[in-house]
Every structure is written in C-alpha cells, then in structure tokens.
Ligand binder design. Structure first.
Ligand code: PLP
Length: 439
C-alpha cells in the first residue's frame, strides 16, 4: 500500500524507472512516448547527458548557499543568459523554484512596485476566465480555471476576470480577428473603469492558454491592444509563460510573436527541463528601480530561490535551446504534428478544433461538431483518452470540459524538442486511436 497521497487516490499508477530521449520506461518494461513532456516540462527529453554533467559539476562545487548570505556564479550566469535572451526591456531576473512561485512573486512585485512609487491604492488584479496560473492561493485566485478553484473560493483573495481570447468559440460569425481583438480590449477597458482606473495593479495572461484550454493562442493584435490599455491606465502587464515559454512555440518566449514587451514575465517548466525544479520572473528596469531606490529590497523570498544545482541545470538547458537547430526543429516538427493531427482527426465528428504553435498543440473534443457542444462532463472523455493513450504507450495531457458548455474536453501535446519525424507520426497514430477508443 502506498504511503503517498497521490493526486488521484486509488489509481494504479505505473512506476517510472527510466527515461531516455522522448521515452519513459516503467517497472514492467513498457515504454511510453512522452508526447506531452509531462505537463510541457521535458523540453530536451529525459536524461540529457550534457544537463546531467552540468548538474554533477555544480554539485561537486557547492549544492546550496542561502541567498540572504551569498550569491553564486551559476545563479549570476543564469540571470545573464535569461536577460540576453529576453526581449529588450526585461532587464532583471528573480529566481524561484517553479511556476506557481513565479506567479506569486510577480504579483507581489507588482504590488510592491506601486507601494514604492506612491500609488498604494493600486491593488486589483485582472486576469482572464479559462486560464491557469498555478495552485498556490494567490496564483489560484488569479487563474480562471473554475474546476481547480471551486472548493477553495472562500480562501481566495478577490480577483477579477475578463474573457480569454478564444477564437474557436468566441469570435463571432463575420467578425474579423482585428474586430474581435478590439472587442476584447474594450471589455478589458470597461473592467478597468468599473474597478477604478487608478486602482488596477496588473493584468495577467498566458500568451497561449495551456492547461485550461489546450494551446489556445491569441488572434493577431490582441496583445498589442492589451498593451495599449495597460499603458493608458498605468497597469503592469504580467505574461505567464510558465507553460508556453522556453522555446515551446518556436521562439524562446511566446510573446516575441506578439510584438509587445510586458513588464513582468513568469517562466518555469521548460526552464529546468524537468531536470530540476526552477522558475523565474523577468522584470523591467522600472520595477527594479522602484525597489532599489525605494526600500532597497523585494520583500519576499523562499528558502530554495537561486538554488545552484537548479541554476546549473537551467543554464545548460538554455545553452542547448540557443543552438539554431533547436527552434528549427520545434517549428518543423510542430508543423508536422499539426498536419498529422489535421489529417488523422480533422474529419472526426468529435474533433472541434486542432490548434497551437510549435510543439504546443491542442485537440478540442466535442459531442457535436456543428454546435460545438461539449460532451457531458460526467463522461470524463479526457480521462478516458489519457487511459487509452497510456495503454498505447503515449503520454498526452488531458483536461475536462467545464464552464457550462463553454469549452470541450481537450488533449494537450507538448513533446520534447528533440522529437523526430517518425516519432511525431507515432504520436498522431496513437492519439487518434486513443480518441476513437475513448469515445
Ligand atoms: N502558470 C501556468 C501558465 C501554468 O501552466 C502552470 C502549471 O501548469 C503554472 C503557472 C504553475 O506552475 P507549477 O505547477 O510549476 O507551480
């Protein structure tokens, strides 16, 4: 009998004993293609020899030094690498241990920034429905994933939500993407005015919505309109790239494709590639200055921030991600994955939409393709797909349809960037078979 409180109690989980490239092997000798990189984590696959060597070398130097006493070469190096990679305007880095921690830190940075610059009345966070920003209390309050929030609502601080940019369901017939982006911007502006135009501290969004919607990207110009509203009302823009960042969509930061620079960016998952738990917040000079010239501190901190072994893993992951062939493969294999999914599933009466960018793709399942009506949540189509896929040696990341018919079940695919064409074809074949078997 297990002594672990697993996520799903009573399920008979296979035991992972080895990982190599895009495969995980269990204790029965079964091999699974890691078609989702866990949850969009394993960007370089498993047991990457160069990352392991970098971690070992760091362990032999120093494994831990508390950040209130010391900095380390490796943490400094990682911060420099990140700033060099980031769009101009994101000049400083705060290292944490994961995605939720990054979001919590970003929210507190936004709040402290306004306290430091003499605008303490700014306290409201606006985020979007059908989003996910993490499971800690502040991050959960920020996210709009109703299934994850429901029972914890009495504990959550007040946050405000507007519509996501979800063209498949919400763009109206005859509406252009530009007009849709304008409509969403107008909704955001109306929310700002309703709450008090000098009372908002931050707008938070995922460039591509991952866990809640399944790789749903914005229409053209959406983030430009959002940036304009934030600028008009002095609101900080926080983009959460925990899932879609670190090369997943074909550029190191997904936001590079939107032509804007936010004030704060959160990253995690692919940053450590699963070799170590690590995340980071990238912040603008402006925010840094407010702290440096104000109280002289950022009033926050966890025990493991800037952990040297995690920093060593991330530093090597970044070095590898920067090799030109990496992003080329993400785009090429991503196109192949989309084309394969379109060919295998596009005609299915139960597949409503296949979308995404790079190696970040989502398949939305519906009961009726014409009306886009989701399956009854009680049928748990998404978990059945996961089970069927595992039986066929494929890991995919599923999520149930929620929000009273406003989204279907979906499956997220996010394979490692080292995936090969024939492996992409296998992922498509196994997923198509799993979906057919599950419905
Ligand atoms: N933000 C986004 C966009 C995520 O997708 C996730 C996790 O899926 C998180 C934050 C939370 O990250 P973590 O699970 O590392 O705390």
């Amino acid at each position: 009998m297990t002594k672990i409180l697993h996520r799903n109690i009573g399920t008979n989980l296979p035991k992972a004993v080895a990982g190599e490239g895009i495969y995980i092997t269990d204790s029965e000798g079964r091999r699974y293609i890691d078609g989702s990189g866990g949850a969009a984590v394993s960007c370089l696959g498993h047991n990457h020899s160069e990352v392991l060597a970098a971690m070992k070398a760091q362990m032999a130097r120093i494994s831990y030094a508390h950040t209130s006493f010391f900095t380390t070469d490796i943490a400094e190096q990682l911060a420099e690498q990140l700033v060099e990679l980031a769009p101009e305007g994101l000049d400083y880095v705060y290292l944490v241990s994961g995605g939720s921690e990054a979001v919590e830190a970003a929210l507190k940075m936004a709040r402290q920034h306004f306290v430091e610059v003499g605008q303490p009345q700014r306290r409201h966070i606006i985020a979007r429905r059908q989003s996910y920003h993490g499971n800690t209390i502040g991050a959960l309050a920020t996210g709009g994933n109703e299934w994850r929030r429901a029972q914890f609502k009495p504990l959550l601080p007040e946050t405000h939500h507007v519509s996501p940019c979800y063209a498949y369901r919400d763009m109206q017939t005859g509406e252009t993407p530009e007009a849709y982006a304008e409509r969403l911007a107008a909704e955001l502006e109306a929310k700002v005015i309703e709450l008090g135009d000098d009372k908002i501290m931050a707008f938070v969004a995922e460039p591509l919505v991952g866990a809640t919607l399944g790789a749903v990207g914005p229409v053209a110009d959406y983030f430009k309109r959002v940036r304009e509203i934030c600028d008009r009302y002095g609101i900080l823009l926080i983009l959460d790239e925990v899932m879609c960042g670190m090369g997943r969509t074909g550029t190191i930061f997904a936001l590079e494709q939107e032509g804007i620079v936010p004030d704060l960016v959160t990253i995690a998952k692919g940053l450590g590639g699963g070799f170590q738990p690590i995340g980071a917040v990238l912040l603008s000079e402006n925010i840094y200055r407010a702290f440096a010239e104000g109280s002289g501190l950022f009033q926050h901190g966890h025990t493991y921030i800037g952990h040297p072994i995690a920093a060593a893993a991330a530093s090597k992951v970044i070095e590898i991600l920067k090799r030109p062939e990496m992003m080329v493969n993400v785009v090429k294999m991503g196109d192949r994955l989309q084309a394969g999914l379109d060919a295998a599933l596009g005609q299915s009466p139960y597949v409503g939409d296949i979308r995404g960018r790079g190696l970040f793709r989502g398949v939305e399942i519906v009961a009726d393709k014409d009306t886009k009506q989701p399956f009854d949540a009680a049928r748990k189509i998404h978990s059945k797909i996961k089970t069927e896929a595992m039986q066929r040696g494929l890991m995919c990341y599923p999520m149930g349809g929620t929000m009273d018919g406003k989204q279907g079940d979906h499956v997220l695919l996010a394979p490692p960037y080292i995936v090969k064409p024939e492996q992409i074809d296998l992922i498509v074949e196994r997923l198509a078979a799993a979906i057919t078997a599950a419905i």
